[in-house]
Design a binder for this molecule. Structure first.
Ligand code: FAD
Length: 557
């Protein structure tokens, strides 16, 4: 076994290991630990001065179908139903229930089927070698106190994000989280990496791959401060370097509509897009991301504004610049936020580029801590500047439009349409009627179980807890919302062994990828809490397993 070393010595290389990994998030650690547990020497490079990446800032859950914790609870998750659920959400434009690959292109289907087959294998392996201590919880949350689950985890027991679909047969229990009393997910991975002899090198940005005469990837070029460094990979290189959320040029070039903010790590600069292209990789899933909403005015001030996971309140709607509702406001963040990027071919514009979250004083002044309060402050916290208050509807509209005028250079000049006030009055009246009957005839609000679970307080006697009529008198409030992303999930295309594919469709020898830096097997879908990390860990594990099994490579140029 080669000894990973930082000592340059006389050698050309500053580092030398059998497997090199790029990135210290969930995908990178899963890859590194798996390769190390297979007996290989492993070095992980991280461009940040700290470990964890976006995984370290996340809720730390992993969505894994048919996981061991579910099986131990006697819950069945057969592939037939799990695959239908995933394929339906990921490729709705292709999905056919009775087709051999469910209507998907075969390679797309195979990636999802492999995730089903290998996800629980990956978690079980990482558990058996002492890295993970995770559990699932299938108990339904208390909707009035959803943050106080018996297991103590914020996301425990919550339904999958598409649980209302007929393809969904197991709405809870696929997402795993650290057992109460154990360290967080990244802490478990970091300790596991240390225990398996994985060497982690911070402040080193990978800049490119090195290929030998045979076109095999046999090393990495790095930047450390102002100096260049080289690393030799005797068997394989695994990229797990996150997406391109903080690379404005790539975001503008590839994502639909316009994205205003992200909660990804600053290291999410899309390095593997450029490096992958230079290595001859084909790109995929570049038009998708893990979407969410952000308060526009926070996003204009900071590259990492707060997230709006589920907009709070019952007497609350989203309207566009014409004063019209455009979406079920209680859909999960990823789906709801895609309403921003809908193009209107008749008006030749993005009418929902910005959406206006309108609510009344009952919502604004509630002291309840139930549900997800964003973008409202927690009780006792000061009200942020992005909450706009008007005494009457007209006053509110005037103030919102004045704010839009201030930001017009950064928002393509978007202003409220002259029809806004009249249309909003109609919209509110119609919504109030829906709230009274409990049936949202326009968007079916409250149908998605996750929307109910994260909704917040239930008003006494409400036929649909996600809706309540607006108060007949002001004050009224507005937060201007825009599309944001957790991170992107497009990049070089991989196969079911996590090998990166060239433009001709063949694996690039020695090059692997997992997580947000590659074309996500999830396509357009976000299956449930932890889907991004579940996929990253599974394909990281596969990358580690296969890279460890590669033959030693010649080093001739
Ligand atoms: C607040 C929040 C909550 C979330 N909650 C969840 C959740 O509960 N479950 C879930 O599934 N998802 C969640 N997500 C999304 C999830 O965190 C990410 O999708 C996932 O962690 C990405 O993992 P990754 O391993 O692909 O990348 P990362 O965790 O981002 O790791 C990539 C690492 O690579 C490093 N890197 C990049 N380029 C280079 C380079 N050239 N050289 C060296 N290093 C490099 C980066 O600095 C980074 O540290 C959440 C996100 C946020 C922000």
């Amino acid at each position: 076994m080669a000894d990973p070393s930082v000592d340059p010595g006389d050698d050309l290389f500053d580092f030398d290991a059998e497997v090199l990994v790029v990135g210290t998030g969930g995908s990178g650690f899963a890859a590194a630990i798996t390769a190390a547990a297979a007996g290989r020497s492993v070095v992980v490079f991280e461009r940040n001065d700290h470990i964890g990446g976006t995984t370290g800032a996340s809720g730390g859950t992993a969505w894994i179908p048919n996981n061991a914790s579910l099986r131990a609870q006697g819950k069945k998750d057969p592939s037939e139903f799990a695959l239908k659920y995933m394929c339906r959400l990921s490729f709705p434009q292709y999905y056919v229930a009775d087709h051999p690959t469910l209507g998907l292109p075969k390679d797309a289907y195979d990636l999802i089927a492999t995730f089903y087959d290998e996800g629980s294998v990956a978690i079980d392996h990482l558990t058996e070698i002492g890295v993970f201590d995770l559990m699932a919880d299938t108990r339904a949350p208390d909707v009035d106190n959803p943050m106080e689950m018996p297991s103590g985890n914020l996301l425990a027991g919550f339904p999958d994000y598409g649980a209302e679909l007929e393809e969904e047969k197991l709405p809870t229990g696929r997402h795993l989280f650290p057992r109460p009393g154990t360290p967080g997910m990244v802490d478990q991975l970091e300790a596991g990496a240390a225990a398996h002899g994985v060497k982690v090198v911070l402040d080193h940005q990978v800049r490119g791959v090195i290929k030998n005469d045979d076109g095999e990837v046999v090393g990495l070029e790095l930047r450390y401060g102002h100096s260049a460094r080289l690393a030799r990979a005797r068997r394989g290189v695994i990229f797990a370097s996150g997406g391109y959320a903080h690379n404005a040029e790539l975001v503008q070039r590839y994502l639909p509509g316009r994205v205003f903010g992200t909660c990804a790590t600053l290291g999410a600069q899309g390095d593997f897009v450029r490096i992958g292209i230079e290595a001859g990789a084909q790109l995929g899933n570049m038009k998708n991301a893990w979407f969410k909403q952000v308060p526009l005015e926070a996003a204009l001030r900071s590259p990492t504004p707060p997230s709006v996971w589920l907009p709070w309140g019952d007497a609350m709607i989203h309207v566009n610049k014409y004063g019209r509702r455009v979406v079920d406001e209680k859909m999960p963040y990823h789906d709801r936020s895609q309403a921003h990027s809908i193009y209107d071919p008749t008006r030749r514009e993005y009418p929902n580029l910005l959406l206006f979250m309108i609510f009344d004083d009952t919502v604004a002044s509630s002291q309840s801590r139930a549900g997800m309060r964003q973008p409202l402050p927690a009780p006792g916290e000061s009200v942020p500047e992005w909450v706009i208050k008007g005494d009457t509807w007209d006053d509110l509209a005037a103030k919102v439009d004045a704010r839009l005028a201030e930001h017009s250079a950064e928002t393509a000049g978007l202003r409220l349409d002259p029809s806004f006030g009249g249309n909003l009055a109609d919209t509110i009246e119609r919504f109030n009627g829906f709230a009274e009957t409990g049936v949202d005839a326009d968007f079916g609000r409250g149908r998605a179980p996750i929307g109910r679970a994260w909704n917040g307080p239930n008003r006494e006697g409400s036929p649909n807890p996600t809706m309540a009529p607006f108060a007949s008198e002001g004050p009224y409030y507005c937060v201007i919302l825009a599309a944001g992303i957790l991170d992107t999930n497009g990049g070089p295309v991989i196969n079911t062994k996590a090998q990166v594919l060239s433009t001709s469709g063949d694996p690039i020898p020695g090059l692997y990828g997992a997580g947000n830096c590659v074309a996500s097997p999830a396509g357009q879908g976000y299956w449930g809490p932890g889907a991004t990390i579940g996929l990253g860990i599974t394909y990281g594990y596969l990358a580690g397993r296969h890279a460890a099994a590669e033959p030693e490579k010649n080093f001739t140029f």
